[in-house]
Design a protein around this ligand. Structure first.
Ligand SMILES: [Zn+2]
Length: 327
């Protein structure tokens, strides 16, 4: 009844927890870059749930969520297997930035490079090393991200049709973040979520908390409870699935960048409903003079807002979920 799962030096062939490292690249001094792998195989057969965090290196909230979940799992009570890679982009994680410092001339956003390329750029090669076991073993992927402020709470699943979409939506409803984008397959090319979905793997992105230390213990604890509810829905844990009620589904999202710079004080929060012209915040110049309001060019729900206190032109002012409708 057991399954053999081998990811780098982590080898699981019986119920219980194993840990190891997966070699994804070499540093400039030739030393191996190896990321942590945890596999918890349950006593009963079931799905393989793949969890990963820090695909963007400074989005640490997901790493804490994964660690707290792993600490709470008992293999004797588990059906199926949890595979967890809490830190994907290790060079970026160590540099406390979104992308790897070794990615010099290309975009370097790992979440646009899947399935990766063994002969490609630094980040494409890392993505290839990670995606190979993901494609081999995963039935369901949950990918943790953050945005700019601690109150960020929204999610995405791939609207690709068929069983993959159905199972992905089931995960979205069990995790139950109110603001959710059924993402059309034309966007987020190269994300782990969309790449996995196109390979027949149900997937889900959680956006929870802000980058760096911009998240709370409560957001970690709440996410772990939601993740356990997903595992109940997937028949990996016993229990009754909690119903989170209706979700707000978006048609898409819009990024709005700042067309002026200055000191900036925001005046909306994540989850707020905004209309065209809603005041998002106020600018001041370096002499302290009031330079006017920033207003929204589109209606929707605030998914992320620049926290201030300073803004340069072209920075992300607001990220808006469009056409919210309760489903
Ligand atoms: Zn991210």
């Amino acid at each position: 009844m057991t399954q053999e799962i081998i990811i780098g030096s982590a080898r699981s062939s019986a119920p219980g927890k194993v840990t190891g490292r997966l070699h994804i690249s070499d540093a400039p001094d030739g030393s191996p870059v190896e990321i942590p792998v945890v596999i918890i195989q349950g006593a009963k057969p079931g799905k393989v749930l793949w969890l990963h965090g820090c695909v963007h290196g400074n989005e640490y909230c997901g790493t804490y969520i994964i660690h707290e979940l792993l600490g709470a799992l008992d293999p004797a009570q588990l059906a199926g297997t949890v595979v967890a890679l809490p830190i994907l982009n290790l060079p970026a994680f160590q540099a406390r930035q979104r992308t790897s410092p070794f990615e010099l001339y290309h975009g370097g956003d790992m979440n646009r490079q899947f399935p990766g390329d063994p002969n490609g750029t630094h980040t494409q090669q890392m993505a290839a090393k990670i995606y190979e076991p993901l494609k081999t073993y995963a039935d369901v992927l949950v990918d943790f991200h953050t945005a700019m402020t601690p109150d960020v709470r929204w999610a995405l699943y791939p609207k690709v049709g068929g069983e993959v979409e159905a199972l992905s939506e089931k995960v979205a409803r069990a995790f139950g973040l109110r603001d959710t984008l059924p993402a059309p397959p034309t966007i987020l090319n190269g994300s782990a979520m969309m790449t996995a979905a196109k390979d027949g793997i149900a997937s889900y992105i959680v956006e929870c908390g802000g980058k760096m230390r911009g998240f709370t213990d409560e957001s970690v604890t709440d996410s772990v409870a939601r993740l356990k509810n997903v595992m109940v829905a997937l028949d990996m844990l016993e229990g009754t699935v909690r119903d989170h009620g209706h979700l707000n589904y978006f048609s898409n999202f819009a990024w709005v960048t700042a067309t002026r710079g200055g000191l900036f004080e925001k005046s909306v929060s994540c989850g707020d409903r905004i209309e065209v012209g809603t005041v998002l915040g106020r600018y001041y110049d370096a002499w302290g003079n009031d330079k006017g309001e920033a207003t929204s060019p589109q209606p929707g729900i605030v998914l992320a807002i620049h926290p201030g206190p300073v803004m340069a032109t072209g920075e992300t002012l607001v990220h808006i979920g469009l056409d919210p409708r309760p489903v």
